[in-house]
Structure formats: C-alpha cells, structure tokens
Design a protein around this ligand. Structure first.
Ligand code: GL4
Length: 837
C-alpha cells in the first residue's frame, strides 16, 4: 500500500508522526486535551481521579510511541528474544513508574501543579494491577523492568484476569475477601489488540491417520473452541528508549457459538458455553505456595500457553527460517510449573501440524525451554489427575505418555533394573487415579533448571530433583538468585533516600549499576550524613504512621522501633511465632516495675498479608494478631512501649509505603522452606535491618552485609529433619517461654480461647512441623539483641547505611543478566530514537 503513495502523502505522514515534545507547555496541552475530549470533562468538574486519568492518558501516549518504535525496530532486526511465561505479573501501579523510567516525572509534576493538582494526590487515584499472589508474581514484574532497562528483547506472556488477588478487609478481627474488579474504569496501561485473536481448542478426540509415507499421524479434533484476545501492557525501561511488552490474553467466546450445541438446536446451551468461555480468564487463583487442582485452573494454563506459543511460532515463521533455527531465535522461560504445558503444546505443533519427526521436534523443544522452580513445599507441587486431563486435552495426554515412555527408556538404559528409580522419576505418578507430575515434565522438557537462591538451588538438587541430577548431571541444575528493581523499590518508593544517595555518590548511575552503592560505606563515619540518613527514615515512618492511623485507627509513635512482617500468611513463614513472641513481650512488660519499664525499647509491631481464602489455619493467625492487638493497644500498663497493628489489604502500593519505613523486618521461615524471599532485599536496600533465619536469600544477604548488620537465629536447614524426628519420636518438651504464652492464650487473655484451639494444636509436641518451639528461645534472644542495638542510635545508623551500601548484588538487573547470558543466550538490542511516534 505504502509503496503506492505519492511522495507528498509519505511526507505528510512523516511530518505528522513526529514525536510530541516533552516541554511543560506540550504536556499541559496533552493533559487538557484528554480532559476535554477523551474524558469529556472541563476544569470545573474535575477531581483528583479525573486528573489521574488525564495524566495517565498523556503518559500512555508517550509510552505507546516508544513501544511502537521498539517493536518496529525489533521486527526488522529480528534478534533472539526471550519469552517469560508467567501466570502472575504483580505490577502494582504504573503511572509513577512510567514517568520516572521515561525521565518525565519532574516535568509532569510541574505541569499538573500549574493546572491546580498535586502529583502525590493524583498518583493515589490509581488502582493496583494485582495480577499475582506474592513474591513469584512480583518477581516477574521486577524482571520485566530489568529486561527493558537492560535493552533485552523480551516479552512477557500472561493472563488478563478480570479479578486480581482479592481485596482483604478485616471484620471482627477476621479476614474477609472482596472481589478486586480492577477494570471498573478503563485501564489506560493496556492496548487492546482486538485484531489479534487465536482459537484455542478443548476436549474432543484424536484421529489417527496414516500419511502418504505410511507414517502414523495424529490429529486432534477439539469439541469446543475459545478465542484468545491480546492485550498489550507496555513496559518502559529506565533511562532508555526501549519499551518491552507483556501480552495478556483474555478469553472470549468464538463468534460462531459452540457448533455441537448450536447444530443440535440447543440455543440455551450454546449461550451457556459462551459464558463458560469468558470464565477462563475471569479470576486469579488466590493461592501462594499451594496447588488448587481445579479444572478451571488447568483450562487457564492450557488457554494461556497455547495462545502464547501460537503467537511465538507465528512471529518466528515470519522470518522464513528453518525449524532447527527455532532455539536460536526463541528462548522460553517457565515461571514455575504453571506454564509447563507449553512444552507439550510445542511438541504437538511441531509433530502434528508441522510434520517434524518426534526426535527432531523434541530436540528443538528442549533447547527452547528453561524452568525456574520457586518452592519445595510438597503442597505446592502441581499434579493433574489423568482422567480430568484426558477429558480436556486428549492429544496432549498421549504426548505426555510418549515423552515419559522415551524418557524412562533412557533412564532404564543408563540405570538398568531399578523399578524404584523409574517409579520415582516417572512423569506419571501411579496413584488412584494416576497423576501427572508437572515438575518432572518441566525438568525433562527443559535444558536448564534453576532455583531462586543459593540455598534453595542446592536443596532442590538433594531433594525433589535428586534423581534427575544423578541422571542428567550437575550442569543442568543451576542457581539464579532473585533480585528486585532498585527503580521501583528505592528510587520511586523512597525518593528522599534516592536523592541523598545520588547527591552523595555524585551521580545517579547507581540506579543502573547497583554495585555503586558500596560508595556509601565510606560515609558511616560522617555524623552529618548519618543525621540526614536517619531523618529520612523518620520521615518515612511518619508517613507510615499516618497510613496506620487511617487504616487501623491506631496512633503509633514514629520514635518507636518499627518492626514489620508483611508477606502472604502461611504456616511456614511463621507469623504465628512472631505474634507468640509479641505476647511474650507483652507479658514481660506487664510483669515489670515502673523503673524496669523505663528501660524498655518501645516497639510497634506491624503485620500485613493475605491468607488464601481456604487456608483455615492461616486465617486464624490473622484473627489472633487482631485479638492480641485489641488487648495490647488499649492496655494503659503498656502505653507506647508496645503497639500491634494488622494493616489490611497489603499490596504493592502499600508495600511502597511500608518498605522505606521499617527499622527491622522479619524473615523468619523455618530453615529450608522459603525459596528466596524478595522483600528481605527491598527492606535492606532501604536501610532497614532484618531479623531472620538462615533461609532463602537471607543467607546471601548475610554474606554481603556481614553478621554485625543482621540478626540471625534459629536452626539451619540441614538440622530440620533431625529436629522433626526428635520431636516426634523423643517427645522433646515445649519451650518453657512458649508454654507460658500458650497458657496465657488458653486462660482467655485474648478473647475466647476456644477460637484459637486449632491453632494451638499445631504446636502439640510431635506435631510442631515448622519448629516454632525449637526456634523460640533463640528468636526471643535475637529480638532482645534488636532492642539493645536500636538503643545505640549512632551504631544503628551505621548499620543501616552499611545495609544499603552492600545490596548491589540484589538488583534484578544482575539476576536478569545472568539468565540472559547463561540460560537464554540473548543480547541487548538498543532502540534508536528516530524521533517518530
Ligand atoms: C515463591 C517463594 O515462596 C519465594 O520465597 C520466592 O522469593 C518467590 C520468587 O522466587 O517465589 N514461590 C512461590 S510458589 N511463591 C513465592 O513467592
């Protein structure tokens, strides 16, 4: 078409598609333009929300032009790309981040101030994009930020849920869940690509045919089909023109209703089928570290992986290369086992539709995929029942059985006559009914398997994947320690500290090379610097105190030690142990004389986090925290020495207020259970000290910041098994301090003790699986050390500075670079600013 245009038409397009300037006047015009046209409002009927919408739309225009430029240039250059398949992207808010990354924040601040609005208030109008549960989903978001910042050609693929993680409200101390209908108002951070629509099949049967060469071919004839519609979310890098993409799929009924029902004249049934199609991307499953096992979840997984692979293959085919080049053009990272069906789908496409032979296809598949494991908890291991699977995906089941057969034949060849080994390694678990072990399938179908922190990566080699390490060798199993983006988790959420760091280091280069923070270490001897450092911490605490007042109705002093535990509520994370120690502290204070009380370090204990709606024990922990808070906070004998709050509806934007404001935070999982943790990194990066076990990334944080700047307690991962054994078979008695705390609960100090009986039962001797009793004494001691250290404010400020100074390793830039170089084999591609939209 374009080739036919006369020169004047071509020139006109070139003239009119020049990028808009980014001066205040142009930006103000673009904001007012959106107010008066897109939003159909005027100055007299505007509020902060309208201002937010207009600023968002104006920001979006600039984002989209970068997105377009990036995708256009990448299409031409066609470098190898990585595709990050994740069922969760916990992005939080976008506007502040987009403006900062594009270097436009200052200009927009000024632009809207002159229009009568204040940026901080306007930002508060944005709802979080909460398409994730916790650490796993937030990690995917941090990785997308780093990939764009480092100019890597990368796309994320996920689902566009209508409902993100539920909203949590606390009613009578109990968690209640409300739907998170985040798309209530238009979402300016996505581009609907209604033209990109892919048919996804379910159910039906498999035809077997002999082709003209006498080869048996399989043809899947699905019974139903659903449409996948693409929605693109632009991800701008920091200080670069590059803008990557997350493509989220939405399910819709196919235009022609389900043929079977329709042809049968069953109109109602065909409308019902259409509604069912829309259900697929309706809701995010709200479980973290546990498997739901629902049919709809399996449908989500296939819908998403099939649509994504179809898209990836279509893009590859445009370049007219040989199939054997596929792994040189495409790397696919599996974020946990959720996208493991992609392995099977690619094998199916290559064998059934592209007519490759099985072995050639399988080589392409295994060179393409790599798999990240994020947990060792048995309840989180994904398994699908064979009968349910067969009903939804009959051809995929056949392929899985074939993959398994060929795999086990090779194992048998290498290690003959070991039935036990074959049983353990099989992708199919011989249970009633049989189960598909997704982790085994992911390992067999990938060329690299990684854990997310050094300890976790070595643990998976000796536990869940031990047999696979023996079979494939060590090289396939590697570590990629998690990281967090310093743009969102310091620059954006702690602007004052970011400014002080930039001023001190003489430039803002640290935002792209976090190792430069080590330059701060020289400043610990500078009293004036320490004062500034601590003043910023205090200002952040004041801000958090305001949020606590607003959300919990509790007044807390910013001069107290702020002690934070915010994360999903799970037994292995031991919020229960934390609140038990708070009860211990309360009892201790109550037993003191006035003189003794004078030397107590005042503390505000802050909790936050969601429990899975079906996780009864976790929900009881929330209730206990609130019951303890109710008693402690109004006890005049305690006053400001101890306050306890549970901040409802913990999410990314609340974390952005909490993280910069903590003095100490708690990362106290039973050793060997928390794969990495990433909030530990965020807190330390912001000069917050941590108290923790030798678990996950705590181990590496200790290595980096040194033992003087961290409070470590509790048993080690390798001791856990023996401790559990001893407890079960030798009846180790309960820790006496813990016994005292339990008695206090049982005496009814905090509401009707009957409520908490099921929780207390988890501590019964022999049953205390997470070893709360075994670790209790050392936990109390570590907390006393925290109090003592905090009293020496000068020393504390030095520790705080050294924490930040030594966090360079934990930038997600470092993690992503390692993945790119050691797993994906991709190179950065920097987009040139050609000045066009
Ligand atoms: C998790 C781990 O529990 C957490 O330790 C880790 O930091 C995170 C990202 O690797 O992955 N695994 C699951 S499941 N949910 C998580 O948050």
């Amino acid at each position: 078409e374009k080739a036919k245009w006369p020169k004047e038409t071509v020139d006109l397009w070139a003239k009119l598609s020049k990028k808009e300037a980014n001066d205040i006047d142009t930006i103000q015009r673009s904001i007012v333009h959106h107010v008066t046209t897109t939003l159909a409002r005027a100055a007299y009927n505007m509020d902060n929300f309208t201002a937010y919408q207009a600023v968002a739309l104006s920001t979006r225009d600039r984002l989209i032009s970068r997105w377009n430029e990036t995708q256009g240039q990448l299409s031409k250059a066609d470098p190898k790309r990585v595709y990050y398949l994740s069922l969760e992207f916990l992005l939080g808010r976008s506007m502040d981040n987009a403006l900062l990354n594009m270097g436009l924040k200052g200009t927009y601040d000024k632009s809207i101030e002159k229009l009568g609005f204040n940026m901080e208030d306007v930002i508060e109008s944005e709802v979080d994009a909460a398409l994730g549960n916790g650490g796993l989903g937030r990690l995917a978001a941090c990785y997308m930020d780093s990939l764009a910042t480092l100019d890597y050609p990368a796309w994320g693929y996920g689902l566009r849920y209508n409902y993100g993680i539920f909203q949590q409200r606390i009613v009578d101390g109990y968690q209640t869940e409300y739907p998170d209908y985040w798309l209530n108002f238009d979402n300016p951070w996505e581009l609907p690509r209604l033209d990109i629509s892919i048919q996804i099949g379910f159910g039906g049967h498999v035809q077997t045919i002999q082709d003209e060469y006498g080869v048996t071919r399989h043809n899947w004839v699905p019974a139903q089909s659903v449409q996948a519609i693409a929605y693109d979310v632009p991800i701008p890098g920091y200080d670069t023109e590059n803008c990557n993409n997350i493509r989220l799929w939405r399910s819709k009924p196919t235009r022609v209703f389900d043929l079977t029902s329709f042809n049968e004249g069953n109109y109602e049934k065909s409308v019902e089928d259409a509604t069912n199609a829309e259900k697929i991307t309706s809701v995010l499953y709200p479980n973290d570290n546990t498997m739901a096992g629902k049919e709809l979840r399996l449908k989500q997984q296939y819908f998403w992986t099939a649509a994504s692979l179809h898209d990836i293959v279509r893009r590859f085919k445009k370049s007219m290369r040989e199939w054997s080049d596929f792994p040189d053009q495409v790397a696919i990272q599996l974020n946990d086992t959720h996208p493991t069906l992609a392995i099977v789908e690619l094998q199916r496409l290559l064998v059934d539709e592209e007519m490759l032979n099985w072995d050639d296809a399988w080589e392409i598949v295994t060179k393409t995929f790599a798999f990240t494991n994020h947990t060792v908890l048995p309840e989180a291991m994904e398994k699908w029942s064979v009968p349910m699977f067969e009903y939804l995906l009959p051809r995929h089941l056949q392929i899985i059985f074939d993959i398994n057969l060929f795999f086990l034949q090779k194992v048998e060849k290498k290690v003959p006559n070991d039935r036990g080994l074959l049983n353990r390694m099989s992708i199919i678990e011989e249970a009633q009914p049989q189960q598909i072990r997704m982790a085994h399938l992911a390992v067999v179908g990938s060329h690299k398997v990684n854990g997310v922190a050094a300890l976790h990566s070595s643990l998976i080699k000796t536990t869940i994947f031990k047999d696979f390490v023996d079979y494939y060798g060590e090289e396939k199993f590697i570590n990629k320690t998690n990281g967090v983006t310093p743009r969102r988790w310091l620059h954006q959420s702690n602007p004052q500290l970011s400014a002080l760091i930039t001023e001190t280091l003489g430039s803002d280069k640290w935002l792209k090379d976090l190792s430069l923070l080590k330059g701060l270490a020289a400043k610990t001897g500078d009293a004036a610097f320490r004062k500034k450092w601590m003043a910023i911490k205090r200002a952040n605490k004041v801000r958090l105190a305001e949020l606590i007042k607003e959300r919990c109705g509790v007044e807390v002093s910013p001069d107290a030690l702020f002690d934070v535990q915010v994360k999903r509520i799970h037994e292995y994370k031991r919020q229960f142990m934390n609140i038990l120690s708070v009860i211990h502290r309360y009892r201790t204070i109550k037993s003191m004389t006035a003189a003794q009380k004078a030397s107590v370090q005042p503390r505000v204990v802050i909790f936050g986090g969601k429990a899975a709606p079906g996780y009864y024990i976790a929900k009881l922990v929330i209730k206990l925290i609130n019951s303890v808070a109710a008693v402690v906070n109004q006890d005049p004998a305690v006053g400001d020495l101890l306050k306890v709050v549970f901040i409802p509806d913990y999410n990314v934007s609340v974390a952005e207020v909490i993280v910069p404001a903590s003095d100490i935070s708690q990362h106290i999982s039973t050793a060997g259970t928390e794969a990495s943790g990433t909030s530990n990194m965020k807190f330390v990066l912001n000069g917050g000290l941590i108290i923790g076990t030798l678990d996950g990334a705590n181990v590496e944080i200790l290595e980096e910041i040194g033992e003087d700047n961290i409070f470590i307690f509790g048993c080690m991962a390798h001791e856990v098994e023996d401790l559990r054994h001893a407890q079960r078979y030798r009846g180790v008695p309960m820790d006496p301090a813990l016994q005292g705390v339990i008695s206090a609960i049982e005496k009814g100090t905090f509401e009707d003790p009957k409520i908490f009986q099921p929780l207390i039962s988890t501590l019964t001797v022999g049953k205390d699986f997470y070893l709360i009793s075994a670790d209790f004494a050392s936990y109390i001691t570590a907390n006393q050390q925290v109090d003592a250290a905090y009293k020496k404010q000068d020393e504390w400020s030095k520790k705080s500075i050294l924490c930040t100074a030594h966090m360079g390793k934990f930038s997600s830039d470092r993690s992503v670079k390692e993945y790119a170089e050691e797993i994906w084999n991709i190179k950065p591609y920097s987009v040139k600013d050609e000045g066009y939209m």
